[in-house]
Design a protein around this ligand. Structure first.
Ligand code: NAD
Length: 425
């Protein structure tokens, strides 16, 4: 279908996952026949706030940091998204990541819009005291932007549950009332949710299970390779293994480890807990991370970095099913190659949305003032992920498009319809 308006300016950097995402947005917008006004409204963030944060460092000098918070959309509900501490943080990146959150929340049907924040800093070079003062300064400067009913931060690169504890404390002090629901990803004792740590990997498993059923793959006759063995990769591997699948390869920054007879993932997790990485792990033959991607397996779970499957290696991928645990592991230039080769890709905005779904449950529990058992959290999260998968699958069949394009169609349509009902302009 043709766009009803002028083509957007061509995107040149295909290796940039965020630009890859916008290309996919454009493709879905074309299929939906989105009108120009809605297209432009959905592409632009609702709000972008930049603050300067003077912080007294341990040496007594004051250093000024730049902080950002972008609300891409609040049409479906308060905006949701992490706060990143990294030297690479800049307004464009935060804008793109905020949009990504809008699509991710919409595709799984949780009542949130999308937002993202960041501070340009190097957290590894800062003391705990400096990080605490910086975090409190950020919350003070953003006190009118964030809020349990407005915009809800969470951890991202360079931030963690401790950062969320400081944010929650500072916001509660400033608002004069206990406000645990202002952030998610808090430590359990401060109102975090059971099940949050495993939530993303669990959602990857539910996506893999749903896709295997559609592809009529028998789990006990299927093999899987997992790239990345951190939070997402190790939990995905553990839970996919529990479905009866043989995990034949895992990897981390130290390299990849392959055993065609299968690896014992519980043992591998114990190994990493003890040794901090898979380095020296002997249960599998060492191969390169590139070789892992091209193994003759049924399922591939990229759960480490962006931009791993590219135009260059896509044609050598043998898996029938790719479940994207990481954000942006596939470059947009690889999409067509994978599709032509009949590989089903469960896209990142769907496959790894289990994390934000349980963040939503954390917020719900905080507002209820009542905590659920882990079993209840998991059951509800599994339902959210399964329904989202089935919905995207149905749309993919209807439009004869990939699961990725279908996921964007679902989310863009949802935000566009809501905007139209509420009135955009
Ligand atoms: P993590 O830091 O816990 O783990 C990252 C893993 O990747 C580590 O095992 C690391 O050694 C490995 N790795 C790094 N470089 C590698 C390389 N070159 N080759 C192979 N492995 C390499 O991070 P995480 O939380 O598991 O996140 C992984 C991905 O999932 C990221 O893209 C993240 O944005 C995405 N994600 C995470 C969550 C979450 O809840 N943690 C939610 C959604 C998406």
């Amino acid at each position: 279908m043709k766009l009803k308006f002028k083509e957007p300016a061509p995107i040149t950097d295909h290796s940039n996952p965020l630009e890859s995402m916008m290309e996919r947005f454009d493709e879905a917008a074309k299929i939906l026949g989105l009108d120009e006004s809605t297209y432009n409204a959905l592409k632009s963030p609702e709000k972008a706030v930049i603050v300067s944060l003077p912080v007294t460092m341990d040496n007594g000098k004051v250093q000024v940091f730049q902080g950002y918070r972008v609300i891409h959309s609040s049409k479906l509900g308060p905006s949701k998204g992490g706060v990143r501490y990294s030297m690479g943080v800049n307004l464009d990146e935060v804008k793109a990541l905020a949009a990504w959150m809008t699509w991710k929340c919409a595709v799984v049907g949780i009542p949130y819009g999308g937002g993202k924040g960041g501070i340009q800093c190097d957290p590894r070079e800062m003391s705990q005291g400096e990080l605490e003062r910086l975090t409190r300064a950020f919350v003070g400067a953003m006190r009118d932007v964030i809020g349990p009913e407005r915009d809800i931060p969470a951890p991202d690169m360079g931030t963690n549950p401790q950062t969320m504890a400081w944010m929650m404390d500072e916001y509660s002090k400033l608002s004069g009332q206990a406000s645990p629901a202002v952030v998610t990803g808090k430590p359990l004792v401060l109102g975090g949710s059971l099940g949050r740590v495993e939530a993303t990997g669990r959602g990857v498993m539910v996506s893999a299970r749903s896709a295997m059923a559609k592809l009529k793959m028998n789990p006990s006759e299927s093999t899987c390779a997992v790239q990345g063995f951190g939070n997402v990769g190790s939990i995905s591997a553990k839970l996919i293994e529990r479905q009866g699948v043989t995990i034949v390869a895992i990897s981390d920054i130290s390299g990849a480890y392959y055993n065609p007879d299968g690896l014992d993932i519980e043992e591998a997790i114990k190994y990493v807990t003890k040794h901090k990485s898979l380095e020296g792990y002997k249960a599998g033959k060492m191969i390169s991370n590139d070789e892992l991607l091209e193994l003759d397996v049924d399922i591939l779970v990229p759960a480490a970095l962006e931009n791993q499957i590219t135009e260059e290696n896509a044609s050598r991928i043998k898996a029938k099913l790719i479940v994207e645990g990481a954000n942006g592991p596939t470059a947009s230039t690889a999409d067509d190659i994978l599709e032509q080769n009949g590989i089903m890709v469960v896209p990142d905005i769907l496959a790894n949305a289990g994390g934000v779904s349980v963040s939503y449950f954390e917020w719900v529990q905080n507002r209820l003032g009542y905590f659920w058992t882990e079993e209840r959290v998991n059951r509800r999260a599994d339902r959210v992920m399964k329904q989202a998968f089935d919905n995207v699958y149905k749309v993919a069949r209807k439009h004869k498009c990939s699961m990725r394009t279908a996921a964007y169609i679902v989310s863009i349509k949802k935000v566009a319809d809501t905007s139209s009902l509420r009135g955009i302009f």
